[in-house]
Design a binder for this molecule. Structure first.
Ligand code: CAA
Ligand code: NAD
Length: 297
């Protein structure tokens, strides 16, 4: 089973990166958004990122200027943006990267189940929800996987490939191969909350937020401590700004509701407060820090 045409639903923080790596991997990609303005923003980010990547390859002597130009043209040439779901009908794989809300995701997959050809594989990039519930909503549980990419997609080398009891073996194998074609190392996961990475990472981020809330240390000191003390590339509060405070809150609220007795799934009040104030992290210019593009203050 080979995946040649891919649909990506949502062209936000994650979706635009998935569109890019799939196109770099040689697939034709349809990027779907709800509104033209969101689509334009996502496509502009891809344009900037592909050009940046090509420029770096030239600087490193890995590509000539002509090769870099061809790389940019070929990659961008494989991407088509749309606000029309019908354009996903003949995709071999459709990956969902929309808001972390299970009801919204289930409604989307139910609709896609009626639009896409019967062979289309469906995948969710969810951070926290059960793949099985979306698979059942889609009406094609055997052709459904989790494909969990990491932020920033262009730079992070992992993809978690999640199977349920219903996932066909060849569908799972095709999803792993697709992850490899995107330049990622796949790990196989069961359909457990947070799979591997987020089951470990999100409770750690939560503890950092609770520590800040208690006033045990400043945000800068918490971040510096984990960077220099543990060799993490960024501290937990910077990382929460990177992920998005809204997404982090949705993950924790979902888990708290489903697993009220699990002490690792606590919702810090500071997170609820900042989200209510519209401070969602780097994407809105302010979270725990203020952001101007990549610059933090
Ligand atoms: N496209 C192409 N190239 C890019 C790029 C982009 N979008 N962004 C940066 N680059 C290039 C840079 O130009 C740079 O090139 P050179 O090395 O040739 O100079 C290179 O990529 C590295 O860029 P940076 O110098 O900005 O990278 P860095 O070393 O500071 O690392 C980082 C940045 C990869 C984000 C690193 O800080 C990191 O790994 N942070 C942790 C991220 C993390 O934990 N992510 C997981 C979040 S959790 C999640 O995703 C799951 C969930 O469900 C919530
Ligand atoms: P985001 O808010 O940046 O982007 C979501 C995009 O989806 C928005 O542009 C929105 O307009 C679009 N959208 C919403 N509903 C849609 C629909 N019905 N059809 C088409 N487009 C629609 O969110 P994000 O951070 O990219 O997260 C997307 C998904 O990826 C979530 O499930 C999240 O949990 C998961 N995820 C996030 C991260 C992260 O670090 N932010 C990492 C891995 C996985």
């Amino acid at each position: 089973m080979s995946i040649k045409k891919v649909g990506v639903v949502g062209c936000g923080l994650m979706g635009h990166g998935i569109v890019q790596v799939a196109a770099q991997g040689g697939c034709d990609v349809v990027a779907l958004e709800t509104e033209q303005a969101f689509l334009d923003k996502g496509l502009a980010r891809i344009d900037k990122s592909v050009n940046k990547l090509a420029q770096k390859q030239v600087e490193k002597g890995k590509l000539s200027a002509d090769q870099a130009e061809a790389f940019v043209k070929d990659t961008l040439g494989r991407i088509e943006g749309t606000t029309d779901k019908a354009k996903l009908a003949d995709c071999d794989l459709v990956i969902e990267a929309i808001v972390e809300n299970l009801d919204v995701k289930k409604a989307l997959f139910a609709e896609l189940g009626g639009i896409c050809k019967p062979e289309t594989i469906f995948a969710s990039n969810t951070s926290s929800f059960p793949i099985k519930e979306m698979a059942e909503a889609s009406g094609r549980a055997s052709r459904f996987v989790g494909l969990h990419f990491f932020n920033p997609v262009q730079l992070m080398r992992l993809v978690e490939v999640v199977r349920t009891d219903d996932t066909d073996e060849d569908v799972f194998a095709a999803a792993r191969s697709f992850g490899e074609a995107c330049g990622k190392t796949p790990v196989s996961c069961k359909d457990t909350p947070g799979f591997v990475v987020n089951r470990l990472l999100v409770p750690y981020m939560t503890q950092a937020l609770l520590m800040l809330e208690r006033g045990d240390a400043t945000k800068e000191d918490i971040d510096t401590a984990m960077q220099l003390g543990c060799g993490y590339p960024m501290g937990p509060l910077t990382l929460t700004d990177y992920v998005g405070l809204d997404t982090t809150l949705f993950i924790l609220q979902g888990w708290k509701q489903r697993y009220p007795d699990e002490p690792a799934f606590e919702v810090p009040a500071i997170l609820e407060r900042l989200v209510a104030e519209g401070k969602l992290g780097r994407k809105t210019g302010e979270g725990f820090y203020k952001w101007d593009g990549d610059k933090k203050s």
